[in-house]
Ligand binder design. Structure first.
Ligand code: PGA
Length: 262
């Protein structure tokens, strides 16, 4: 069975004071939910403040990047050891905004994924096509290339620790989404790609949790979560409002109420 996983990507939002307010609200609304894994990926400066607010709840803390080196002369980077010490569990890697604005490549994504796993951090690896690629019918090819390169050389036993987030770039922050069926089809294709990796197997792919991301909100979450292969969501804008994020978690909870995804 794949347990649903909903992760809020706060991006570059929320000062410590603002983060405390949101985290307090989330703890009150969804802090006791057991059926869904919940995390918030926060700015580094918010980590300890958010952890303080979430103490005693089941909500975990993540961040939005991790350095690929252990330590040293890497100005501006934050190491896996530093994150582990700070109590971080999840790390988003290869978000399209990092690929687009900060020169992240499949090669650097792969290095960061390896480093996260080495330190016991749980990577959330983002893949997805641009609008042009989508219009040209290249989604399947783009996904195949990214899965192969981003997960290259990762041990079979580590693959199941990874969460993949399928985020069509044209759906991020735009209010537009693929239909739930289209999202499900692409996510099923990602699962097939994982099974076809040299170190992949059908069993590993069947266990891997794959999220949808891109304008997922309180309104469309139930339909997306009802799909056979969509195991959760990576939520940007709607994760900044506690009521909206809680509604998405409720939809995820209901999606497995009648059975399980397998
Ligand atoms: P969005 O962002 O929900 O605001 O579209 C999703 C993401 O970028 O992870």
């Amino acid at each position: 069975m794949r347990k649903p996983i909903i992760v809020g990507n706060w991006k570059m939002n929320k000062t410590r004071a603002e983060a405390a307010v949101l985290a307090d609200e989330l703890k009150a609304l969804v802090g006791g939910v057991k059926e869904v894994d919940i995390a918030v990926a926060v700015p580094y400066t918010d980590i300890d403040r958010v952890k303080k607010s979430l103490r005693g709840s089941k909500i975990r803390v993540g961040v939005q990047n991790v350095a690929w080196a252990d330590s040293g002369a890497f100005t501006g980077e934050v190491s896996a050891a530093m994150l582990v010490e700070a109590g971080v569990e999840y790390v988003i890697i290869g978000h399209s905004e990092r690929r687009q604005y900060f020169g992240e490549t499949d090669e650097s994504v792969n290095k960061r994924v390896r480093q996260a796993l080495k330190y016991g951090l749980k990577p959330i690896v983002c893949v997805g096509e641009t609008e042009n690629e989508n219009l040209q019918g290249l989604t399947g090819l783009v996904i195949e290339r990214q899965i192969e390169a981003d997960l290259e050389g990762i041990d079979r036993k580590d693959l199941s620790k990874i969460v993949i987030a399928y985020e069509p770039i044209w759906a991020i922050g735009t209010g537009r989404t693929p239909t739930a069926e289209q999202a499900n089809e692409t996510i099923a294709a990602i699962r097939r790609e994982v099974s076809k990796l040299p170190q992949g197997t059908k069993a590993v792919a069947a266990k891997m949790r794959i999220q949808y991301g891109g304008s997922m909100n309180a309104k469309n979450a139930a339909e997306l979560m009802a799909q056979s292969d969509i195991d959760g969501g990576l939520i940007g804008g709607a994760s900044l409002k506690s009521a909206d994020f809680a509604a998405i978690i409720e939809a995820a909870k209901n999606s497995v109420a009648g059975g399980e995804k397998a």
